[in-house]
Design a protein around this ligand. Structure first.
Ligand code: KIV
Length: 275
């Protein structure tokens, strides 16, 4: 077979910012799940997940912290690099951790650039109009930005813990925040723990895509923490559906291993060579 006859390999292109805009225009809901490592990320990508969020929920899910406030930039760089190394078509979005972007847009750019160098295709940061100047600086410098409104876990100490945001008059304020972030160049906004009608209103009013978590079905896409949706832990918030019970499966596998080693049925003849 000459090289002219070689079969053409068609590779799925990376999901990018313009694909998100197209999905919104066509009314196709987009999917985002968190990912923190090279073990799980390729499985989620193979399942067709559009965007992988290296969330600072890493702090709670993987590092055993009680809060995302404890997460540092180096944690996010290492996790982002692991996810980015192991996928090729999902968009990798890296969370900017607490303390790395709030005080100064220039410092924020330097820190976001570290996440991009680690392999991110975009970064996410929490907060409203007060972040607009930072979003503008990042976007002008070539870094796509996802905003995050509603319940923002890095501000749990000022918000008084996880609770719905944007009820009543606060809805108009949230719209003003979202418009300021959109005008600054954000291409999407995560809406966390926002009433369905407010999320629907924002989705209609905004040109950028809305990605909901605990925000009802009327957003442009949905995001969940992968270990919540796969049933790894005991408890999940009411807005999560457990699509599997992987925690129980893993425990059962480990119990069988413990028993098999205990009764010497493992390793079996198929697992070793006698000579
Ligand atoms: O860190 C995270 O996992 C998040 C999602 C909950 C949106 O920000």
């Amino acid at each position: 077979m000459s090289h002219h006859d070689a079969p053409t390999v068609t590779r799925k292109p990376r999901f990018r910012v313009h694909h998100l805009a197209k999905a919104k225009a066509e009314g196709r809901p987009v999917t985002m799940l968190t990912a923190y490592d090279a073990l799980v990320a390729p499985i989620l990508e193979a399942a067709g997940v559009d965007m992988l969020l290296v969330g600072d929920s890493l702090g709670n899910v993987v590092l055993g912290h009680a809060t995302t406030v404890k997460v540092i930039l180096e944690d996010m760089e290492r996790a982002t690099a692991a996810v980015a190394r192991s996928v090729s078509t999902s968009m990798v979005v890296a969370d900017m951790p607490f303390g790395t972007y709030e005080a100064d847009p220039v410092a924020a750019f330097d820190n976001a650039a570290r996440l991009m160098r680690a392999g991110a295709n975009a970064v996410k940061l929490e907060g409203g109009a007060a972040r607009a100047a930072t979003v503008r600086m990042l976007v002008d410098g070539g870094i796509p930005v996802v905003a995050h409104l509603g319940y923002t876990p890095q501000s749990e100490n000022t918000l008084g813990g996880p609770r719905m945001q944007g009820r009543g008059e606060a809805a108009e304020l949230m719209l003003a925040d979202a418009l300021a972030l959109q005008d600054a160049g954000a291409f999407a906004v995560v809406l966390e723990m926002v009433p369905d009608d407010v999320a629907g209103m924002l989705t209609k009013e905004l040109a950028m895509s809305t990605i909901g978590i605990g925000a009802g079905p009327h957003t442009d896409g949905q995001v969940l923490v992968w270990s919540d949706m796969a049933g790894m832990g005991q408890w999940v918030p009411s807005f999560v559906r457990r699509f599997a019970e992987l925690g129980q499966e893993l425990r059962s596998a480990a119990e069988q291993y413990v028993a098999a080693v205990g009764d010497r049925s493992f390793p079996g003849p198929e697992n070793y060579k006698a000579h």
